[in-house]
Design a protein around this ligand. Structure first.
Ligand code: AGV
Ligand code: CA
Length: 313
């Protein structure tokens, strides 16, 4: 079994990532933190608890869910954050009444410290939202770095093609980095081994009508039904806001690196000013493993395989 701690931020692909992580045969999920970023933290943590109730494994260690109290430097648009309320209201997650999986007693960053310190072996960290909780954890307790074997992070864009369209910024940064650029810098300055799943690779896995149809034909599997319902909440009618399988790719790469090609690069991040949150390649930067391309068919097959294996409790 390998130890994993998961910190997400409550959009549809974050919650689908949790669902799939729970199905990985040899993953020992130590804890889940929820950052108040791309989904309101109340419904996002509630939905997380119900996903664990319904699709977690009774024969594995019980897991709880920690709400983060970290605050945005640049908050996500409310329109995106709202999908967590709808997801949390899905009948499939509410058939059995209130959530049983407990809320952790500590806020996200302190829960992360506690779960990592108590782990019997190194921990893989998977983060599909801003890095704030990790940056705060490292600042309070730098020694946890020695127990983290690798961070897999969905975030950044290495080619100046960002996905933020907001005033007073230059469009070169990815949203999770933009939410708290300083936190990215803090993590980059740490000794952690990092794999970055940035827009450069997630751009290769857009949410297409074909993918929706593929899941629809498999709605006899409860997890695929939930995935299809979840993604029906997100549509991209505004310019420049196509939805991608950003976080699902990151989560699957943490366990199945053969789904992608990667290469070592040196990278840095700009922490303030109009380019705050921009990640880039530079000889002066720190080492990161950079995912360059996705074996898309194998990736979609793996989603199906994991979701088909999920049994409802
Ligand atoms: O920048 C990608 C990150 C991922 O972690 N999130 C969505 C994923 O959870 C922000 C985001 C960018 N574009 C979006 C986003 C959109 N159109 N809708 C919702 N979230
Ligand atoms: Ca996310």
């Amino acid at each position: 079994m390998r130890n994993v701690y998961f910190n997400h931020d409550g959009n549809v692909d974050d919650l689908v990532s949790l669902l799939l992580l729970l199905q990985m045969p040899d993953v020992n999920l130590l804890g889940v933190g929820v950052t108040d970023a791309d989904g309101y933290v109340g419904p996002a943590s509630s939905a997380s608890r119900k996903i664990i109730d319904l699709f977690g494994h009774e024969d594995r260690k019980p897991v709880d869910v920690a709400k983060s109290n970290s605050r945005a430097v640049h908050q996500f648009p409310k329109e995106w954050r709202l999908s967590a309320f709808s997801f949390d209201d899905f009948p499939i997650l509410n058939e059995h009444g209130p959530a049983k999986t407990p809320l952790a007693d500590k806020p996200g960053h302190l829960d992360m410290i506690e779960k990592i310190q108590n782990a019997d072996a190194p921990v893989t960290l998977v983060m599909t939202g801003p890095l704030t909780d990790l940056a705060r954890a490292l600042t309070i307790e730098p020694s946890i770095a020695d127990k983290i074997d690798r961070l897999f992070w969905m975030g950044g864009a290495m080619n100046e093609q960002g996905n933020v369209a907001e005033p007073e910024q230059d469009g070169t940064m990815e949203w999770n980095a933009y939410w708290d650029p300083e936190a990215v810098k803090t993590v980059w300055d740490s000794s952690l081994a990092i794999t970055v799943v940035s827009l450069d690779s997630t751009d290769q896995v857009p949410l297409t009508p074909e993918l929706r149809a593929r899941w629809a034909t498999q709605r006899r599997y409860p997890a695929l039904d939930l995935i299809g319902q979840g993604y029906s909440l997100v549509h991209s009618f505004e310019a420049n806001s196509t939805y991608y399988l950003w976080d699902v790719l990151t989560t699957l790469v943490s366990r199945y690196p053969e789904l992608v090609d990667s290469k070592p690069i040196k990278s840095d991040v700009i922490a303030s000013g109009p380019a705050a949150g921009r990640t880039f390649i530079t000889e002066q930067g720190r080492d990161v493993t950079f995912v360059t391309s996705v074996h898309a068919d194998a990736f979609y097959d793996k989603i199906d395989e994991l979701a088909q294996s999920a049994t409802e409790k």
